[in-house]
Design a protein around this ligand. Structure first.
Ligand SMILES: [Zn+2]
Length: 410
Protein backbone atom coordinates (compact mmCIF):
# COMPACT_ATOMS: atom_id res chain seq x y z
CA UNK A 1 0.00 0.00 0.00
CA UNK A 2 1.19 3.55 -0.70
CA UNK A 3 1.67 5.91 2.28
CA UNK A 4 -1.66 7.67 1.74
CA UNK A 5 -4.29 5.00 1.16
CA UNK A 6 -6.70 5.66 -1.71
CA UNK A 7 -9.88 7.36 -0.56
CA UNK A 8 -13.38 7.64 -2.00
CA UNK A 9 -15.01 11.01 -2.64
CA UNK A 10 -18.21 10.62 -0.60
CA UNK A 11 -20.03 13.60 -2.14
CA UNK A 12 -19.31 12.31 -5.65
CA UNK A 13 -20.63 8.84 -4.74
CA UNK A 14 -23.88 10.29 -3.33
CA UNK A 15 -24.32 12.58 -6.36
CA UNK A 16 -23.90 9.60 -8.72
CA UNK A 17 -26.39 7.46 -6.82
CA UNK A 18 -28.92 10.30 -6.88
CA UNK A 19 -28.36 10.81 -10.60
CA UNK A 20 -29.19 7.13 -11.16
CA UNK A 21 -32.22 7.44 -8.88
CA UNK A 22 -33.55 10.27 -11.07
CA UNK A 23 -33.59 7.91 -14.07
CA UNK A 24 -36.85 5.96 -13.84
CA UNK A 25 -37.77 7.48 -10.47
CA UNK A 26 -40.78 6.03 -8.64
CA UNK A 27 -41.65 7.74 -5.32
CA UNK A 28 -38.33 7.60 -3.41
CA UNK A 29 -37.22 4.53 -5.35
CA UNK A 30 -37.04 3.49 -9.01
CA UNK A 31 -38.87 1.36 -11.57
CA UNK A 32 -36.24 -0.03 -13.97
CA UNK A 33 -37.10 -3.52 -15.23
CA UNK A 34 -34.44 -5.14 -17.42
CA UNK A 35 -34.26 -3.54 -20.91
CA UNK A 36 -36.80 -0.85 -20.01
CA UNK A 37 -35.98 2.65 -21.25
CA UNK A 38 -34.74 3.84 -17.81
CA UNK A 39 -32.55 0.72 -17.46
CA UNK A 40 -30.94 1.35 -20.85
CA UNK A 41 -30.51 5.05 -20.01
CA UNK A 42 -28.75 4.02 -16.78
CA UNK A 43 -26.32 1.87 -18.79
CA UNK A 44 -25.62 4.90 -21.03
CA UNK A 45 -25.10 7.02 -17.93
CA UNK A 46 -22.41 4.57 -16.81
CA UNK A 47 -20.73 4.48 -20.24
CA UNK A 48 -20.52 8.29 -20.23
CA UNK A 49 -18.59 8.20 -16.94
CA UNK A 50 -15.98 5.65 -17.95
CA UNK A 51 -13.40 8.10 -19.40
CA UNK A 52 -13.16 9.80 -15.97
CA UNK A 53 -12.11 6.42 -14.59
CA UNK A 54 -9.51 5.59 -17.22
CA UNK A 55 -11.80 2.97 -18.71
CA UNK A 56 -13.28 2.16 -22.08
CA UNK A 57 -16.36 -0.02 -22.35
CA UNK A 58 -19.50 -1.04 -24.16
CA UNK A 59 -22.76 -2.93 -23.74
CA UNK A 60 -22.41 -6.50 -24.97
CA UNK A 61 -24.91 -8.81 -26.64
CA UNK A 62 -26.72 -9.73 -23.42
CA UNK A 63 -26.83 -6.24 -21.93
CA UNK A 64 -23.75 -6.37 -19.69
CA UNK A 65 -21.59 -3.25 -19.47
CA UNK A 66 -17.98 -4.47 -19.51
CA UNK A 67 -14.93 -2.26 -19.36
CA UNK A 68 -11.17 -2.32 -19.80
CA UNK A 69 -8.47 -0.24 -18.20
CA UNK A 70 -5.47 0.86 -20.23
CA UNK A 71 -3.35 1.00 -17.05
CA UNK A 72 -0.82 -1.78 -16.60
CA UNK A 73 -0.58 -4.14 -13.64
CA UNK A 74 -3.06 -6.50 -11.98
CA UNK A 75 -6.77 -6.02 -12.69
CA UNK A 76 -9.64 -6.31 -10.24
CA UNK A 77 -13.18 -6.80 -11.56
CA UNK A 78 -15.88 -4.91 -9.61
CA UNK A 79 -19.56 -4.25 -10.12
CA UNK A 80 -23.22 -5.10 -9.56
CA UNK A 81 -26.41 -4.37 -11.56
CA UNK A 82 -28.40 -1.34 -12.73
CA UNK A 83 -31.88 -2.76 -13.37
CA UNK A 84 -34.32 -2.98 -10.47
CA UNK A 85 -37.23 -5.08 -9.33
CA UNK A 86 -40.58 -3.55 -10.34
CA UNK A 87 -41.32 -0.36 -8.33
CA UNK A 88 -38.41 -1.02 -5.98
CA UNK A 89 -35.47 0.65 -4.24
CA UNK A 90 -32.73 2.94 -5.55
CA UNK A 91 -29.70 1.21 -4.01
CA UNK A 92 -30.18 -2.48 -4.82
CA UNK A 93 -27.57 -2.79 -7.57
CA UNK A 94 -26.55 0.83 -8.29
CA UNK A 95 -24.69 1.02 -4.95
CA UNK A 96 -22.25 -1.67 -6.08
CA UNK A 97 -21.85 -0.19 -9.58
CA UNK A 98 -21.16 3.32 -8.26
CA UNK A 99 -18.70 2.01 -5.64
CA UNK A 100 -16.89 0.12 -8.42
CA UNK A 101 -16.85 3.27 -10.58
CA UNK A 102 -15.51 5.29 -7.66
CA UNK A 103 -12.78 2.71 -6.98
CA UNK A 104 -11.80 2.88 -10.66
CA UNK A 105 -11.75 6.71 -10.63
CA UNK A 106 -9.50 6.76 -7.56
CA UNK A 107 -7.20 3.82 -8.29
CA UNK A 108 -6.87 3.89 -12.07
CA UNK A 109 -5.70 7.51 -12.05
CA UNK A 110 -3.26 7.03 -9.17
CA UNK A 111 0.21 6.18 -10.50
CA UNK A 112 1.39 5.11 -7.02
CA UNK A 113 -0.96 2.11 -7.08
CA UNK A 114 0.04 -0.74 -9.36
CA UNK A 115 -3.02 -2.10 -11.13
CA UNK A 116 -6.56 -1.10 -12.03
CA UNK A 117 -10.23 -1.70 -11.29
CA UNK A 118 -12.46 -2.73 -14.20
CA UNK A 119 -16.17 -1.99 -13.77
CA UNK A 120 -19.01 -4.32 -14.73
CA UNK A 121 -22.80 -3.87 -14.66
CA UNK A 122 -24.39 -7.31 -14.96
CA UNK A 123 -27.67 -7.53 -16.84
CA UNK A 124 -30.84 -8.94 -15.30
CA UNK A 125 -29.56 -9.87 -11.84
CA UNK A 126 -33.13 -9.24 -10.71
CA UNK A 127 -34.38 -12.09 -12.86
CA UNK A 128 -36.95 -10.42 -15.11
CA UNK A 129 -35.94 -12.80 -17.92
CA UNK A 130 -34.11 -15.63 -16.16
CA UNK A 131 -31.58 -16.34 -13.44
CA UNK A 132 -28.41 -14.21 -13.44
CA UNK A 133 -28.38 -14.21 -17.26
CA UNK A 134 -25.75 -11.46 -17.53
CA UNK A 135 -23.12 -12.80 -15.15
CA UNK A 136 -23.81 -16.39 -16.21
CA UNK A 137 -23.27 -15.42 -19.83
CA UNK A 138 -19.93 -13.86 -18.86
CA UNK A 139 -18.75 -17.08 -17.18
CA UNK A 140 -19.92 -19.11 -20.20
CA UNK A 141 -22.94 -20.75 -18.57
CA UNK A 142 -25.73 -19.47 -20.85
CA UNK A 143 -26.58 -21.13 -24.17
CA UNK A 144 -28.21 -19.36 -27.13
CA UNK A 145 -31.18 -21.71 -26.66
CA UNK A 146 -31.69 -20.36 -23.13
CA UNK A 147 -31.78 -16.82 -24.51
CA UNK A 148 -34.20 -17.93 -27.27
CA UNK A 149 -36.57 -19.21 -24.58
CA UNK A 150 -36.27 -16.30 -22.11
CA UNK A 151 -39.29 -14.03 -21.64
CA UNK A 152 -39.98 -11.03 -19.42
CA UNK A 153 -42.03 -12.37 -16.50
CA UNK A 154 -44.13 -9.15 -16.41
CA UNK A 155 -44.70 -8.31 -20.07
CA UNK A 156 -44.05 -11.63 -21.86
CA UNK A 157 -41.71 -9.78 -24.27
CA UNK A 158 -39.10 -12.26 -25.45
CA UNK A 159 -35.45 -11.61 -24.64
CA UNK A 160 -34.59 -11.68 -28.34
CA UNK A 161 -37.19 -8.96 -28.98
CA UNK A 162 -35.92 -6.93 -26.01
CA UNK A 163 -32.33 -7.17 -27.31
CA UNK A 164 -33.57 -6.13 -30.76
CA UNK A 165 -35.53 -3.18 -29.33
CA UNK A 166 -32.43 -2.10 -27.38
CA UNK A 167 -30.26 -2.22 -30.50
CA UNK A 168 -28.15 -5.03 -29.04
CA UNK A 169 -29.21 -7.90 -31.32
CA UNK A 170 -26.26 -9.47 -33.09
CA UNK A 171 -23.63 -8.04 -30.75
CA UNK A 172 -21.28 -10.70 -29.39
CA UNK A 173 -21.59 -11.74 -25.77
CA UNK A 174 -18.32 -10.94 -23.99
CA UNK A 175 -16.87 -13.88 -22.07
CA UNK A 176 -14.43 -13.79 -19.18
CA UNK A 177 -10.78 -13.75 -20.20
CA UNK A 178 -9.42 -16.37 -17.85
CA UNK A 179 -6.47 -15.06 -15.85
CA UNK A 180 -7.12 -11.36 -16.63
CA UNK A 181 -8.57 -10.56 -13.19
CA UNK A 182 -7.22 -11.31 -9.72
CA UNK A 183 -10.85 -11.62 -8.66
CA UNK A 184 -14.26 -9.97 -8.38
CA UNK A 185 -15.55 -7.67 -5.65
CA UNK A 186 -19.13 -6.47 -5.19
CA UNK A 187 -20.78 -4.18 -2.67
CA UNK A 188 -24.49 -4.37 -1.92
CA UNK A 189 -27.03 -3.19 0.60
CA UNK A 190 -27.58 -5.88 3.23
CA UNK A 191 -31.37 -6.20 2.64
CA UNK A 192 -31.67 -7.49 6.20
CA UNK A 193 -31.30 -6.15 9.73
CA UNK A 194 -28.14 -7.79 11.08
CA UNK A 195 -25.90 -4.71 10.71
CA UNK A 196 -28.52 -2.19 11.87
CA UNK A 197 -29.43 -4.24 14.95
CA UNK A 198 -25.81 -4.50 16.05
CA UNK A 199 -24.84 -0.92 15.18
CA UNK A 200 -22.24 -2.13 12.66
CA UNK A 201 -21.32 -0.47 9.36
CA UNK A 202 -19.86 -3.24 7.20
CA UNK A 203 -20.81 -6.87 6.59
CA UNK A 204 -17.94 -9.02 5.33
CA UNK A 205 -19.73 -11.70 3.34
CA UNK A 206 -18.46 -15.24 4.02
CA UNK A 207 -20.76 -17.13 1.66
CA UNK A 208 -23.86 -16.75 -0.45
CA UNK A 209 -26.56 -19.23 0.45
CA UNK A 210 -27.80 -21.89 -1.89
CA UNK A 211 -31.52 -21.97 -2.68
CA UNK A 212 -33.40 -25.26 -2.90
CA UNK A 213 -36.95 -25.28 -4.18
CA UNK A 214 -39.59 -28.02 -4.15
CA UNK A 215 -43.04 -28.71 -5.51
CA UNK A 216 -45.10 -30.86 -3.15
CA UNK A 217 -48.31 -32.27 -4.59
CA UNK A 218 -50.91 -34.15 -2.54
CA UNK A 219 -53.54 -36.10 -4.43
CA UNK A 220 -56.81 -37.18 -2.78
CA UNK A 221 -60.38 -37.56 -3.98
CA UNK A 222 -62.37 -34.66 -5.41
CA UNK A 223 -65.96 -34.78 -4.15
CA UNK A 224 -69.10 -32.90 -3.07
CA UNK A 225 -68.58 -30.70 0.00
CA UNK A 226 -72.17 -31.20 1.18
CA UNK A 227 -72.80 -34.91 0.78
CA UNK A 228 -69.38 -36.44 1.57
CA UNK A 229 -69.17 -37.42 5.24
CA UNK A 230 -66.05 -36.31 7.07
CA UNK A 231 -64.90 -39.88 7.72
CA UNK A 232 -65.10 -40.69 4.00
CA UNK A 233 -62.97 -37.79 2.79
CA UNK A 234 -59.52 -37.91 1.25
CA UNK A 235 -58.74 -34.22 1.44
CA UNK A 236 -55.34 -33.21 0.01
CA UNK A 237 -55.85 -29.59 1.15
CA UNK A 238 -55.99 -30.76 4.75
CA UNK A 239 -52.89 -32.91 4.19
CA UNK A 240 -51.01 -29.90 2.85
CA UNK A 241 -52.01 -27.76 5.82
CA UNK A 242 -50.86 -30.54 8.18
CA UNK A 243 -47.50 -30.67 6.43
CA UNK A 244 -46.98 -26.91 6.93
CA UNK A 245 -47.57 -27.29 10.67
CA UNK A 246 -45.37 -30.40 10.81
CA UNK A 247 -42.45 -28.62 9.09
CA UNK A 248 -42.81 -25.62 11.37
CA UNK A 249 -42.36 -27.95 14.34
CA UNK A 250 -39.70 -30.30 13.01
CA UNK A 251 -37.40 -28.06 10.92
CA UNK A 252 -36.00 -25.94 13.79
CA UNK A 253 -34.46 -29.07 15.36
CA UNK A 254 -32.52 -29.95 12.18
CA UNK A 255 -31.66 -26.49 10.82
CA UNK A 256 -28.55 -24.33 11.12
CA UNK A 257 -28.45 -20.95 12.89
CA UNK A 258 -29.48 -19.04 9.74
CA UNK A 259 -31.56 -21.57 7.82
CA UNK A 260 -34.78 -20.11 6.44
CA UNK A 261 -37.71 -21.88 4.78
CA UNK A 262 -40.82 -20.54 3.10
CA UNK A 263 -44.06 -21.84 1.65
CA UNK A 264 -44.39 -19.35 -1.18
CA UNK A 265 -47.52 -20.61 -2.92
CA UNK A 266 -50.42 -22.89 -2.14
CA UNK A 267 -52.96 -23.93 -4.77
CA UNK A 268 -56.02 -26.17 -4.39
CA UNK A 269 -57.52 -27.83 -7.42
CA UNK A 270 -60.19 -27.03 -8.46
CA UNK A 271 -60.33 -24.44 -5.67
CA UNK A 272 -64.06 -23.86 -5.16
CA UNK A 273 -66.10 -23.45 -1.95
CA UNK A 274 -68.36 -26.46 -2.51
CA UNK A 275 -65.78 -28.93 -3.74
CA UNK A 276 -63.37 -31.03 -1.70
CA UNK A 277 -60.18 -30.53 -3.73
CA UNK A 278 -58.69 -33.45 -5.63
CA UNK A 279 -55.21 -32.00 -5.60
CA UNK A 280 -53.21 -29.60 -3.43
CA UNK A 281 -49.87 -28.17 -4.40
CA UNK A 282 -47.32 -26.05 -2.59
CA UNK A 283 -44.03 -24.43 -3.58
CA UNK A 284 -41.51 -24.66 -0.79
CA UNK A 285 -38.05 -23.12 -0.55
CA UNK A 286 -35.07 -23.69 1.78
CA UNK A 287 -31.99 -21.44 1.97
CA UNK A 288 -28.74 -22.22 3.77
CA UNK A 289 -25.00 -22.11 3.18
CA UNK A 290 -24.36 -25.65 4.44
CA UNK A 291 -25.22 -28.45 1.99
CA UNK A 292 -25.30 -31.00 4.85
CA UNK A 293 -28.03 -29.07 6.64
CA UNK A 294 -30.05 -28.90 3.42
CA UNK A 295 -29.62 -32.63 2.85
CA UNK A 296 -31.01 -33.38 6.32
CA UNK A 297 -33.89 -30.96 5.86
CA UNK A 298 -34.77 -32.45 2.49
CA UNK A 299 -34.92 -35.91 4.06
CA UNK A 300 -37.13 -34.53 6.85
CA UNK A 301 -39.35 -32.85 4.25
CA UNK A 302 -39.80 -36.10 2.33
CA UNK A 303 -40.42 -38.17 5.49
CA UNK A 304 -42.93 -35.65 6.88
CA UNK A 305 -44.79 -35.45 3.56
CA UNK A 306 -45.05 -39.26 3.39
CA UNK A 307 -46.28 -39.52 7.00
CA UNK A 308 -48.86 -36.77 6.59
CA UNK A 309 -50.08 -38.27 3.30
CA UNK A 310 -50.56 -41.67 4.93
CA UNK A 311 -52.43 -40.14 7.85
CA UNK A 312 -54.64 -38.16 5.45
CA UNK A 313 -55.26 -41.14 3.09
CA UNK A 314 -53.74 -39.20 0.18
CA UNK A 315 -50.70 -39.75 -1.99
CA UNK A 316 -47.87 -37.28 -2.25
CA UNK A 317 -45.10 -36.40 -4.66
CA UNK A 318 -42.11 -34.24 -3.68
CA UNK A 319 -40.18 -32.82 -6.66
CA UNK A 320 -36.97 -30.82 -6.29
CA UNK A 321 -37.25 -27.93 -8.76
CA UNK A 322 -34.01 -26.16 -8.03
CA UNK A 323 -30.87 -26.83 -6.06
CA UNK A 324 -28.23 -24.20 -5.50
CA UNK A 325 -24.70 -24.80 -4.41
CA UNK A 326 -23.68 -22.20 -1.81
CA UNK A 327 -20.82 -19.97 -2.98
CA UNK A 328 -17.92 -19.43 -0.63
CA UNK A 329 -16.29 -16.01 -0.69
CA UNK A 330 -12.48 -16.00 -0.97
CA UNK A 331 -10.62 -15.86 2.37
CA UNK A 332 -8.11 -13.27 1.10
CA UNK A 333 -10.94 -11.01 -0.07
CA UNK A 334 -12.67 -11.34 3.30
CA UNK A 335 -9.42 -10.38 5.07
CA UNK A 336 -8.89 -7.35 2.80
CA UNK A 337 -12.44 -6.08 3.42
CA UNK A 338 -12.06 -6.64 7.16
CA UNK A 339 -8.71 -4.80 7.27
CA UNK A 340 -10.20 -1.91 5.29
CA UNK A 341 -13.10 -1.79 7.79
CA UNK A 342 -10.63 -1.71 10.68
CA UNK A 343 -8.83 1.29 9.17
CA UNK A 344 -11.75 3.22 7.66
CA UNK A 345 -14.79 2.21 9.75
CA UNK A 346 -13.25 1.77 13.19
CA UNK A 347 -13.55 -2.00 12.97
CA UNK A 348 -17.36 -1.86 13.06
CA UNK A 349 -17.74 -4.92 10.82
CA UNK A 350 -18.89 -8.49 11.13
CA UNK A 351 -18.52 -11.60 9.01
CA UNK A 352 -21.87 -12.92 7.78
CA UNK A 353 -23.42 -15.08 5.06
CA UNK A 354 -25.70 -13.55 2.43
CA UNK A 355 -29.27 -14.85 2.47
CA UNK A 356 -29.96 -13.28 -0.92
CA UNK A 357 -28.44 -14.28 -4.24
CA UNK A 358 -25.93 -12.00 -5.98
CA UNK A 359 -23.82 -11.98 -9.16
CA UNK A 360 -20.75 -12.62 -6.96
CA UNK A 361 -21.92 -16.24 -6.54
CA UNK A 362 -21.70 -16.67 -10.32
CA UNK A 363 -18.31 -14.95 -10.65
CA UNK A 364 -17.06 -17.11 -7.76
CA UNK A 365 -17.31 -20.14 -10.05
CA UNK A 366 -14.37 -18.85 -12.15
CA UNK A 367 -12.34 -16.51 -9.92
CA UNK A 368 -11.84 -15.53 -6.27
CA UNK A 369 -14.77 -13.34 -5.18
CA UNK A 370 -15.68 -11.15 -2.23
CA UNK A 371 -18.62 -9.03 -1.12
CA UNK A 372 -19.31 -6.35 1.41
CA UNK A 373 -22.64 -5.14 2.76
CA UNK A 374 -23.72 -1.76 4.06
CA UNK A 375 -26.70 -1.43 6.47
CA UNK A 376 -30.28 -1.26 5.18
CA UNK A 377 -32.61 0.98 7.18
CA UNK A 378 -35.23 -1.29 8.76
CA UNK A 379 -33.85 -4.17 6.67
CA UNK A 380 -36.24 -3.15 3.87
CA UNK A 381 -35.48 -3.97 0.24
CA UNK A 382 -37.33 -4.85 -2.99
CA UNK A 383 -39.62 -1.92 -2.03
CA UNK A 384 -39.44 1.77 -2.99
CA UNK A 385 -38.81 2.78 0.66
CA UNK A 386 -35.46 0.91 0.64
CA UNK A 387 -32.76 3.21 2.01
CA UNK A 388 -29.35 3.52 3.68
CA UNK A 389 -28.13 6.54 5.66
CA UNK A 390 -25.93 8.84 3.51
CA UNK A 391 -23.21 8.56 6.12
CA UNK A 392 -23.23 4.76 5.86
CA UNK A 393 -23.15 4.94 2.05
CA UNK A 394 -20.03 7.11 2.27
CA UNK A 395 -18.34 4.86 4.85
CA UNK A 396 -19.08 1.84 2.68
CA UNK A 397 -17.52 3.55 -0.35
CA UNK A 398 -14.36 4.35 1.59
CA UNK A 399 -14.05 0.77 2.84
CA UNK A 400 -14.67 -0.53 -0.68
CA UNK A 401 -12.01 1.65 -2.31
CA UNK A 402 -9.52 0.86 0.47
CA UNK A 403 -10.20 -2.89 0.08
CA UNK A 404 -9.69 -2.66 -3.70
CA UNK A 405 -6.35 -0.94 -3.13
CA UNK A 406 -5.28 -3.68 -0.71
CA UNK A 407 -6.31 -6.49 -3.06
CA UNK A 408 -4.32 -4.98 -5.95
CA UNK A 409 -1.17 -4.26 -3.97
CA UNK A 410 -0.99 -7.15 -1.50
ZN1 LIG B 1 -29.19 -6.63 -6.08
Amino acid sequence: MPDTPPSADGARVLADLNALRAIGAYKSGVHKPTFSEPHLRSLQWLLARLPDAGLTGAIDGIGNVLTRAAKAGPKLLAGSHLESQNYAGWLDGPLGVVYALEAARVINLDPTIDGAVEVAAWCDEEGHFGQFLGSRSYVGAVTDEEIDAARDRSSERSMRQALQDAGLAGRPRVKAEIGRHIGYIEAHIEQGRVLERSGLKIGVVTSIVGIWQYRITFTGEQNHAGTTRMKDRKDPGLALARLCVELDERFPRASGPRTVWTTGRIALDPGAPSIIPGRAEMLFQIRDDNPEVIENLERLLRDSAAEVAARSRCSVEVTRLRSGVPALMDAGFQDAIEKASAVVAGGRSTRMPSGAGHDAQILATIMPAGMLFVPSIGGISHHWTENTADEDIVTGAQVFVDACGRLLTQ
